[in-house]
Write a protein that binds this ligand. Structure first.
Ligand SMILES: O=P(O)(O)OC[C@@H](O)[C@@H](O)c1c[nH]c2ccccc12
Length: 258
């Protein structure tokens, strides 16, 4: 599953690279607003919510049309979202960098590029489009690639959300110095969700890092559980895009303490 997604991402990437050079992107950085730092809010008291703009997914199919991603993101921000995640993968998730640009131009909170990032070019692209954070998935970055992309993202001023799903990946994330570690309850190889994974991996992440619980979160009770297990941040997609009142839904998951 994951290999298939990444293969499609690389095909689409080759098309963009043929029209926009790395030098063009670097030049574009001069005109982009400086990155917003999400860490102070994430480290503050109570749960922070990263609210996601997500139209569809390989595991759930169509979730919501979202004709105006910026309008949805504004509702999230009004509900107190600490950051907005924008899926920019096109084929399986129906997103785009245009979505990210629109959201970034509208909200005042930091914006995460959620994609399958395996090259420096994608990180440059993210920052040039205004992203403040970028997702790096440990599972798709073997050997030195994880550290190389992490360090490059930091050089660009991006905050890295480093995603893990098992013990070995967690050890690698901690080792490269990831400040923000996301535990995805969904196994991207099988697409199965297991809410017990966070509680298993959280103790392996030092407490000076911020721990993010990702996927399968549907309400305040889920947030309470993960906060109790050490999460400072929750990343929520499906539940919010399907909720008729996304502002209230975000508010209900924000500020939950142990
Ligand atoms: O829609 P959910 O179950 O609330 O999940 C959100 C988010 O965790 C999920 O979209 C996600 C987490 N890691 C990813 C990596 C790639 C694509 C998507 C994801």
């Amino acid at each position: 599953m994951l290999d298939g997604i990444v293969a499609g991402v690389l095909e689409d990437l080759a098309v963009r690279q043929a029209t926009t050079s790395e030098a063009d992107l670097r030049a574009a950085l001069a005109d982009v607003e400086p990155p917003r730092d999400p860490m102070p809010h994430f480290r503050g008291p109570g749960s922070s919510v990263i609210a996601e703009v997500k139209r569809k997914s390989p595991s759930k199919g169509a979730l919501a049309d979202i004709p105006d991603p910026a309008a949805l993101a504004s509702e999230y921000a009004a509900g107190g979202a600490a950051a907005i995640s924008v899926l920019t993968e096109q084929r399986r998730f129906g997103g785009s960098l245009d979505d990210l640009r629109a959201v970034r131009a509208t909200v005042d909170v930091p914006v995460l590029r959620k994609d399958f990032i395996v090259t420096e070019y994608q990180l440059l692209e993210a920052r040039a489009a205004g992203a403040d954070l970028a997702l790096l998935m440990v599972v798709s970055l073997p050997g030195e690639r994880l550290r190389q992309l992490h360090d490059y993202a930091r050089e660009l001023g991006l905050t890295v959300l480093m995603e893990v799903h098992d013990e070995a990946e967690t050890a690698r994330a901690v080792e490269v110095g990831a400040e923000l570690v996301g535990v995805n309850a969904r196994n991207l190889k099988t697409l199965e969700v297991d809410l017990d994974v966070f509680g298993r991996l959280a103790p392996l992440i030092p407490d000076d890092r911020v721990k993010v619980a990702e996927s399968g979160i549907f309400g305040p009770q889920d947030v309470e559980r993960f906060v109790g297990e050490g999460a400072g941040v929750v990343l929520v997609g499906e539940a919010l895009v399907k909720d008729g009142a996304p502002r209230e839904a975000v508010a209900a998951m924000t500020g939950i303490t142990r």
